[in-house]
Ligand binder design. Sequence first.
Ligand code: ZN
Length: 212
Amino acid sequence: MAASDVETLRNKSLPQKINIFIWRAIKCKIRTRSELDKRGIDLNTLLCPLCDTEVEIVDHILISCHNVKHIWHLPLKWWNFNTLNISNIEEAFVENQSVVDTLIGRSIWQATRWVCCYTIWKNRNNKIFSNKEWIPNKIITDIQTQSFDWISKRLKKTSIKWHQWLITHHSTHLRTNKELSELALVKEAKDPKINRSVNRGRTILILQFIFI
Ligand SMILES: [Zn+2]
């Protein structure tokens, strides 16, 4: 990703603090143990606080640590994807053009991934600084509720209800209200049953008009 793309990277469905977090993560400015070490801060260990086997760098703590991959698994299933084709942090943050077939769907899938990263980071901090337990199911629930809260409040062109948010196949369902009404019109034009009932309704209306 070009440096200019990073500077302008923003998702309007999310609060400013998430956009800033993502920008900082891409620039390796979040305080992983390896980054603190580079700044000369003396630490007992550089190992990942979740697995304790690999050095904690941004890519590892947000994407590739096996404890984190487990967290990613549900959003993938939830969005009806089988695998996460992400090898580094930049790929996690860009709007993936190929996997979701609507513009708004791509933006919301991007926002969901960003909330995933942010929630993972927040829970990593809670584990280190507040000695809180790493509970994957709770983190996954947090990702679903928090992403819904943020995204549904900020969406101007479509509306999402909580029960819709939790269904799978988001990759094809998310459309703007305009796209939905266009689809309904196409469906109506193609469906002879709808056409018949619409025509019947129109005939009744015309007859009522004539006989009033
Ligand atoms: Zn790890």
